[in-house]
Design a protein around this ligand. Structure first.
Ligand SMILES: *Cc1c(COP(=O)(O)O)cnc(C)c1O
Length: 334
């Protein structure tokens, strides 16, 4: 899954790092065409399908598979004059109630698609609402999917990251890893490392100034942190404009030169403050990792009351600054 600019990592960078991927799924047709033009020959799926009948022409030309989730999409396909037939994913609503045909209608739509000369193949797909929450699970959705599709003997696709780990019975023909592909755990109570996932993104910067404050002095906007004792403060060149969560509170973990310290006070637009009191030797130039190899992104997300989905969406300005970084490299914000 490389939607949302490959979850903030940059489509181009991710695609180059995964030349052996069995396929990619994305939303924007232009990005899909670009991917095809760059020489990627495996399947490419447009996750939300086409947004007009005219787009079907390009799908045929560039061999893009499409999700179908409205009767209109099927009518467009039936009426189109295409250079070759298209692979389609029949999206079934099994309880998420976002996109898709009612699961029970799958046999009827599949039969209709089988008669359409513009259709090269049909895969049935669905999406789970609660695969990451064991107390809710996927049972009802999965039973509904099976009941509607088992007799069809068509290729299937249903598992997102959480289901890939938690419900192997749902793997089917195509799994759809998103978050896990980028090294984050889809579960709030299991670390990425415990699932065997490796860190992909590191958000790095460095200390650009230090301050010594006396007890009772405050740090940063709003004077929200007040030093209880004399402290050494490090100023780091990274803020919410770089994609660091603005609401991360005092205490959010930060890695600095091999040590784990904590954020102090409010995050500014381009800077944040950290506690260097225990390490008088750390000074301007000390390397800082906001998340990454030394500091799991899920720990930072949890401290900031959010999910890594939000954090990895680092701002373009930030990603651009390191456009030549490798996938395992760093997003330098300095
Ligand atoms: C985004 C998405 C995924 C990937 O979900 P993760 O939880 O990030 O693994 C899978 N399927 C569909 C339809 C999606 O939109």
């Amino acid at each position: 899954m490389i939607k949302a600019n490959a979850y903030g990592h940059g489509v181009q960078r991710v695609v180059e790092a995964l030349p052996d991927a069995d396929g990619f799924a994305i939303l924007e047709i232009n990005a899909a065409i670009q991917l095809r033009n760059s020489g990627f020959t495996q399947p490419i799926l447009l996750l939300e399908g086409v947004f007009s009948a005219a787009e079907l022409t390009a799908c045929a030309e560039f061999d893009l598979a499409i999700a179908l989730h409205l009767p209109m999409h099927i009518e467009w396909l039936e009426q189109a004059q295409l250079s070759r037939p298209i692979a389609v994913f029949l999206k079934l609503n099994t309880g998420m109630n976002r996109l898709g045909f009612p699961a029970e209608s799958a046999p009827a739509w599949a039969e209709r698609l089988a008669c359409c000369p513009n259709v090269a193949s049909v895969t049935v797909m669905t999406h789970f609402a609660c695969a990451d929450e064991p107390s809710k699970g996927i049972d009802r959705q999965w039973q509904r999917f099976l009941a509607a599709t088992q007799s069809l003997a068509l290729p299937t696709s249903s598992a997102n990251s959480a289901a890939i780990f938690a419900y192997p019975q749902t793997h089917g023909t195509w799994v759809r890893p998103g978050l896990a592909l980028y090294g984050s755990s889809p579960f709030s109570d299991q670390s990425a490392a415990s699932l065997g996932l490796q860190t992909v993104m590191s958000l790095c910067s460095e200390v650009i100034a230090t301050q010594t404050v006396a007890a009772g002095e405050s740090v940063g906007y709003g004077a929200s942190f007040i030093a209880p004792a004399p402290m050494k403060i490090g100023i780091v060149a990274c803020g919410y404009a770089d994609g660091y969560p603005r609401h991360a509170p005092t205490g959010t973990p930060v890695w600095v030169a091999g040590q784990k310290t904590r954020l102090l006070g409010r995050v500014s637009m381009d800077m944040l403050c950290i506690d260097l009191t225990p390490w008088p030797e750390l000074d301007v130039g000390s390397p800082v990792e906001l998340w990454g190899e030394h500091l799991p992104i899920d720990e930072v997300a949890s401290a900031a009351g959010t999910l890594s989905y939000e954090l990895i969406n680092v701002r373009d300005s930030c990603a651009r600054a390191s456009a030549d970084a490798t996938l395992n490299g760093e997003w330098h914000c300095v």
